[in-house]
Design a protein around this ligand. Structure first.
Ligand code: IMP
Ligand code: MG
Length: 184
C-alpha cells in the first residue's frame, strides 16, 4: 500500500479498508497488458470497454500494451440500476465499430453473477467476430450464477462490495486509485 492510498482512506471514514492497493493493481494491469500483447500479436484486436466502471482499467491496460489495437465503448445497464444484477440488461450505448471478422476483447471492471457478461457475449456473438474473449479486472467467482469463460483475470476477490478504480457506489468513489471496501 502506498502512502497516498492510506491518506485517502484516512480522509474518508466511509472507506473501511483497502482490498487491492494501487501498486499491486498497477503491477497486475501491466502484466495483463503484456500477456494480451503477446497473445494477439499483429491481429489488430478491438478492445470493447464496458462503461462506466471499466474506464480506468482500460486506460491503464492500453498503456501497458505494445501492439496496435482499437478501442470502442458500450454502455449497458441492469434495468433496476441497483447493486444486484438481474440479467435483464439494456444497451444504453452500442459500438461504433463493425466487429464482424475481428478479434474482440471485452474489457470489464468486475464479474459478479456473470449475467451481464453472458448476455453481452450472446449479443456480440451474433455479429460474428473472429474471436470473442473476456478480460476482467476483478472476479467474484463465488457469486457466479451464469458461467462465463474469463480469458484474462486480474484478481479473484471475495464477496464484498468494492469501490474505486472506476467502480462506484452511487456514482461516487470511481476516482480512487485502489480497490476498497465500504463500511457496511
Ligand atoms: P453481474 O451481471 O452480476 O456479473 O454484474 C456485473 C456488474 O455489476 C459490474 O459490471 C458492475 O457494474 C456491477 N458490480 C458488481 N459487483 C460490484 C461491486 O462490488 N462494486 C461495484 N459494482 C459492482
Ligand atoms: Mg460494469
Amino acid at each position: 500500500m502506498s502512502y497516498d492510498d492510506a491518506e485517502l482512506v484516512r480522509r474518508d471514514p466511509l472507506i473501511e479498508k483497502i482490498l487491492i492497493g494501487s501498486d499491486e493493481l498497477q503491477k497486475r494491469v501491466t502484466q495483463l497488458g503484456i500477456e494480451i500483447s503477446r497473445d494477439y500479436g499483429d491481429s489488430l484486436p478491438i478492445l470493447v470497454n464496458i462503461l462506466k466502471g471499466g474506464y480506468m482499467f482500460l486506460a491503464d491496460l492500453t498503456r501497458a500494451m505494445s501492439i496496435h489495437h482499437e478501442i470502442d465503448f458500450m454502455a449497458i445497464s441492469s434495468y433496476n440500476g441497483g447493486t444486484e444484477s438481474t440479467g435483464v440488461v439494456k444497451i444504453e450505448k452500442d459500438l461504433k465499430s463493425v466487429i464482424t471478422g475481428r478479434d474482440v476483447l471485452i474489457v470489464e471492471d468486475i464479474i459478479d453473477t456473470g449475467l451481464t457478461l453472458s448476455h453481452l457475449l450472446e449479443l456480440l456473438g451474433t455479429r460474428n467476430p473472429r474471436s470473442l474473449r473476456i478480460c476482467a479486472l476483478l472476479d467474484k467467482t463465488s457469486r457466479r450464477i451464469k458461467d462465463v469463460p474469463v480469458d484474462y483475470r486480474g484478481f479473484e476477490i471475495p464477496d464484498e462490495f468494492v469501490i474505486g478504480y472506476g467502480l462506484d457506489y452511487d456514482e461516487k468513489y470511481r476516482n480512487l486509485p485502489f480497490i476498497g471496501v465500504l463500511r457496511p
